[in-house]
Design a protein around this ligand. Structure first.
Ligand SMILES: [Zn+2]
Length: 264
C-alpha cells in the first residue's frame, strides 16, 4: 500500500465501475489484505478463497519500501515479487525501492501502521536496508531525539542560568547583611566608646571630688600638727635659751659675786 495511492485507487475504482465484467485480478485487488487474519479467511466464498491463494504465494519474509515522504514520517510498504526475490532486492540489495546499495545492509523490525479499506491496522514487518536508508527509516525518531536533546540542553542551560542568578542574589544578600552588621558594629562601638568615656569622666570627677573632700581636713590637721610641732620646737628652743640666759645670767651673777669678793 503506497502512501499517496488513494487517488490512484479512486481512479481504478471509477474505471472498474465502468467495466462490464470482473476479472480474478479485480477480485484479488478488492479482497487483498496486506496481512490476512483468520477473520479474513473465515468467509467461504470464491473471492475469499482466491485472495487466500494469492496471499499464500506472496514472498512475505522481507518488505520493500517507498521512502519518498520519509521527512513526514510516512512510508509505503509492499511484499516482494518473484522477480525481486530472484534478484535479491530487499535482501541482498537495499529494500528502499529507489536505492541499489548492496553494502552494509541491516534487517530492521518495522512497526507498520496503515489504513486498509477504512480500517486502521498495524503489523510488524522485516525490512533490510543500507545505513543511509536506515537514517530515512528512523528519520522522525532521530529528529525527535535531536529535538529532545536540544530541549534538554536548553533546559539545562536555563537551569544553570537560574542557579547562577540565585547564587548571585544570595551573594548580594550576604554582602548586604555583612554591610548591615558592619554598620551596626560601628554604632555599637561608638556607643560603647561614648559610655566608657562618660564612665571615665564620672569616675575622674568622683575621684577629684573625693580627693577635694579628703584633702581639706587632713591638710588642716597637718598644718596644725606642723604648727604644733613648730611651736613645740620653738618653746623647747626658748626654754633652752632661757636656761642659757639663766645660766649666763647666773654666771654673770657668779662673776659679779666673784668680783664683789675680790673687791675690798
Ligand atoms: Zn539504501
Amino acid at each position: 500500500m503506497y502512501y499517496g495511492g488513494k487517488r490512484k485507487l479512486e481512479e481504478q475504482a471509477k474505471k472498474e465501475k465502468n467495466k462490464r465484467y470482473i476479472t480474478d485480478e479485480d477480485i484479488n485487488r478488492e479482497n487483498y489484505r496486506f496481512v490476512r487474519t483468520e477473520a479474513d479467511d473465515a468467509a467461504d466464498t470464491y473471492e475469499a478463497r482466491l485472495a487466500q491463494k494469492y496471499y499464500s504465494k506472496l514472498f512475505r519474509e522481507y518488505c520493500l519500501a517507498d521512502m519518498s515522504f520519509y521527512k513526514e514520517g510516512k512510508m509505503g510498504l509492499r511484499w516482494r515479487t518473484q522477480e525481486e526475490v530472484i534478484n535479491g532486492k530487499g535482501q541482498f540489495v537495499c529494500g528502499n525501492l529507489k536505492c541499489d546499495n548492496d553494502g552494509e545492509l541491516r534487517s530492521h523490525q518495522v512497526n507498520f501502521a496503515y489504513l486498509e479499506h477504512g480500517v486502521r491496522k498495524s503489523t510488524q514487518v522485516k525490512l533490510r536496508v543500507c545505513n543511509k536508508c536506515a537514517y530515512k527509516l528512523n528519520y522522525k525518531k532521530i529528529k525527535k531525539m535531536e529535538e529532545d536533546m536540544v530541549k534538554q540542553a536548553k533546559k539545562a542551560r536555563k537551569k544553570k542560568k537560574e542557579k547562577k542568578k540565585k547564587e548571585k542574589k544570595t551573594l548580594r544578600k550576604l554582602l548586604e547583611i555583612e554591610e548591615e552588621i558592619k554598620q551596626h558594629l560601628e554604632v555599637v562601638g561608638r556607643a560603647t566608646r561614648d559610655t566608657l568615656s562618660a564612665e571615665k569622666k564620672t569616675k575622674n570627677d568622683n575621684l577629684e571630688s573625693i580627693r577635694k573632700h579628703s584633702r581639706s581636713p587632713s591638710s588642716e590637721s597637718d598644718s596644725q600638727q606642723r604648727s604644733k610641732t613648730r611651736s613645740k620646737k620653738r618653746s623647747k628652743l626658748a626654754s633652752s635659751s632661757t636656761s642659757s640666759v639663766v645660766s649666763t645670767h647666773s654666771a654673770t651673777h657668779d662673776e659679779d659675786q666673784f668680783l664683789a669678793e675680790l673687791m675690798p
